[in-house]
Design a protein around this ligand. Structure first.
Ligand code: UT7
Length: 331
């Protein structure tokens, strides 16, 4: 029996209207546009500013867009996986809230937490559901309202992050195209360098944790940078090698957008020229689980059936990985 393959058959995305530019940040913390551009590549980010709005309000329109594009009803969806580190609430899962918003009454759903690698981990999980033959339509959402956990007095982190969502639909492939291979990795040592200290079972929320600003992201930038450069480049090279591919075979690299310097290092290691690398960090910053589907959303019209695409990520945990896709449609 031939193995069932999962293919991405539609892409949706959503970014909020409000822009937070480097010039805006110069008024908020001791920083400057030149430092931010040269150290990160970021020029502006989008912020979900309206009170009462949450990660599900980013994910919902992204999923609605892909349903419209694929011309299917929400009731046809079997499963929704939402990759996020900023769920609307600790529970229930944001995937369930998105499902309720869109009327996906036949779907089960859950959240998956693998920080900036969340979309890749969720994509691989969703693909396995399709490959099992049990499910026909799986929605994978990467959504994060990072502004909800950023300390806008901490210049080391507040310049980095933005809010956004991207989503893909996975269906059984009708031919040889689809998700070909994935290499995913984790190392719990990351808990020392990139974390939110309080709000979990280790340190439940209290007046003290709020006063100590322990409900915000903390990142030791330099060690994370070193791990990220090595992790993302190594895993991408290993994925190519084990599939007998070289940079020449690859149409596009879709890297997690944390820092332009990390992206460049990964592309160099894979032997890819810059015109094969999707980069939109300048417009959106680091949107955590949303960066990769947001790139696919931005570049969808330039993708051709059969294109070899490598998705690569590195994030908190640490988590990292790479996925090889043969793009399944022309839009
Ligand atoms: O997506 C999840 C995974 N995360 C990542 O991959 C992020 C990895 N890390 C990075 O991208 C970089 O480490 C950062 C962009 C976060 C920081 O860049 P860096 O080149 O590692 O800077 P640094 O932290 O070593 O700081 C260099 C200097 C310091 O000043 P001194 O000690 O040299 O006087 C900082 O205080 O830059 C200073 N600095 C700033 N200056 C202006 C730190 N933040 C800022 C700022 N504006 N916003």
């Amino acid at each position: 029996m031939t193995k069932i393959k999962a293919a991405i058959t539609a892409v949706g995305g959503y970014v909020p209207e409000t822009k937070l530019t480097n010039a805006d940040l110069e008024k908020m913390v001791e920083t400057n546009d030149e430092w931010i551009r040269t150290r990160t590549g970021i020029e502006e980010r989008r912020i979900l500013k309206e009170p009462g709005k949450a990660t599900s309000d980013l994910g919902t329109p992204a999923v609605q867009e892909l349903l419209r594009k694929r011309n299917i009803d929400a009731k046809e969806i079997d499963c929704i996986i939402c990759a996020t580190v900023t769920p609307d609430m600790m529970f229930p899962a944001t995937a369930n809230i998105i499902g309720d918003n869109i009327g996906a009454t036949n779907a089960f759903g859950f959240d998956l937490n693998a920080a900036c690698s969340g979309f890749l981990f969720a994509l691989t999980t969703g693909a396995s559901f399709i490959e099992s033959g049990r499910y026909k339509k799986v929605v994978v959402v990467g959504a994060d309202k990072m502004s909800g956990i950023v300390d806008y007095t901490d210049r080391a982190t507040c310049i980095l992050f933005g809010d956004a969502a991207g989503a893909v639909l996975l269906e059984p492939s009708t031919d040889e195209d689809g998700i070909m291979d994935s290499l995913l990795k984790s190392d719990g040592i990351g808990k020392n360098y990139l974390y939110m200290r309080a709000g979990g079972s280790l340190k439940p929320a209290s007046v003290e944790t709020v006063l100590a600003k322990e409900h915000f992201i903390h990142q030791d930038g330099q060690p994370v940078f070193k791990f990220a450069v090595k992790g993302m480049a190594d895993v991408s090279a290993e994925l190519l090698e084990r599939n007998n591919l070289t940079g020449d075979d690859i149409a596009w690299l879709v890297p997690h957008q944390a820092n332009l310097r990390i992206i460049d290092a990964t592309a160099n290691r894979m032997g890819l020229s810059k015109d094969k690398v999707m980069i939109n960090i300048q417009r959106y910053g680091n949107t955590t689980a949303a960066t990769i589907p947001l790139c696919l959303w931005d570049w969808e019209k330039q993708l051709h059936k059969g294109d070899n695409i490598v998705l690569a990520a590195f994030g908190g945990g640490f988590t990292w990985g790479a996925t090889w896709i043969k793009w399944a449609y022309n839009s």
